[in-house]
Design a protein around this ligand. Structure first.
Ligand code: ZN
Length: 307
């Protein structure tokens, strides 16, 4: 099912009226889109979390009214359940959920009260929104592992060789999905040239595989290895892969997303600027080569499932 969506950010203290939102819904449909995302953070009156309701925030009644008026439009909630939690953390009742007291914008995944709060937020969202899709944001989590309990868990996970403790903590918080695999590279990221805004420390977002961004993970059944490679350069790039103890057993699948330039996008009524192709990937030997301006996702079956 194609999804054509744009997102409206309500989280910067926007005070939308119902009429204001109706205008956006009309515009969405007139433009040939079938979905609108509402980026919520703390600006939604979650029924179970009354202490965070700010003045003029979006209410369940408003969402229900829009859903009954715009039956062909999918209204997709965007919530944040770890980073970008500052709207909750700086409300008095939310302070104990923070990873570091009065610093940053991340909640602590080791605090049972926060985990319960995250479940309440998700349940309220599912109760109110009829959308088949709920977007759960997991970004801005650079504080992960800074409180004493998270630090202890990270150290405990890392007793096992090859385990990235923070990635495991993160994976456990967001559920039993893909299992992250630590990536080591021999090409560090250059220092960021432009500082980014408030509360963003100087962090290197990419993997040590510059100029490529590489992430790898095991499928939930631990029988395949998935590797995603983003090449945002104008040259084909090759890199070597050392799988450590893992052994793939045959060729795999490859999904490749590419466009003519970095700004390529799909626009309504025009031929697609970005395409996704599924191909067969030859068996993994020593390296992979990825074309310019592309995202490639490989999946290779493993000789033995990993414990
Ligand atoms: Zn913590």
């Amino acid at each position: 099912m194609p999804l054509r969506m744009w997102t409206y950010d309500l989280a910067r203290e926007q005070v939308p009226t119902l009429d204001h939102l109706r205008r956006f819904c009309d515009l969405t449909l007139e433009s040939g889109y079938d979905a609108i995302g509402l980026y919520l953070e703390h600006r939604f009156a979650y029924p179970s979390v009354p202490w965070v309701h700010g003045k003029g925030c979006l209410t369940p009644e408003m969402v229900q009214a829009l859903q009954s008026e715009y039956k062909t439009l999918q209204i997709i909630p965007f919530i944040n359940l770890l980073g970008h939690f500052e709207g909750f953390l700086y409300a008095e009742a939310g302070v104990p959920n923070a990873e570091s007291k009065f610093r940053g914008m991340q909640a602590c995944p080791s605090k049972p009260n926060f985990v319960e709060l995250a479940n309440q937020i998700l349940q309220d969202t599912l109760d109110v929104f009829s959308s088949q899709i709920v977007h759960i944001g997991g970004d801005e989590t650079f504080q992960l592992g800074s409180c004493p309990e998270c630090k202890r868990r990270v150290a405990e996970y890392e007793q096992k060789i090859g385990v990235d403790g923070k990635a495991k903590l993160y994976g456990e918080h967001f559920g039993a999905g893909t299992i992250p695999v630590a990536i080591e590279g021999n090409s560090p990221q250059p220092e960021p040239r432009y500082p980014v805004g408030f509360a963003h420390p100087k962090v290197l977002a990419g993997s040590p595989t510059y100029p490529l961004d590489v992430i790898a993970g095991l499928s939930p059944d631990r029988r395949s290895l998935r590797i995603a490679v983003v090449n945002a350069t104008f040259k084909a790039q090759s890199f070597e892969i050392n799988l450590g103890g893992l052994q793939t057993r045959a060729g795999g699948k490859l999904w490749r997303l590419s466009g003519k330039n970095l700004e390529a996008a799909n626009k309504v009524g025009q031929p697609p600027g970005v395409s996704i192709r599924e191909e067969k990937a030859p068996a993994l030997s020593r390296g992979l080569t990825v074309p310019p301006i592309s995202t490639s996702i490989y999946e290779f079956p493993l000789r033995q499932a990993v414990n």
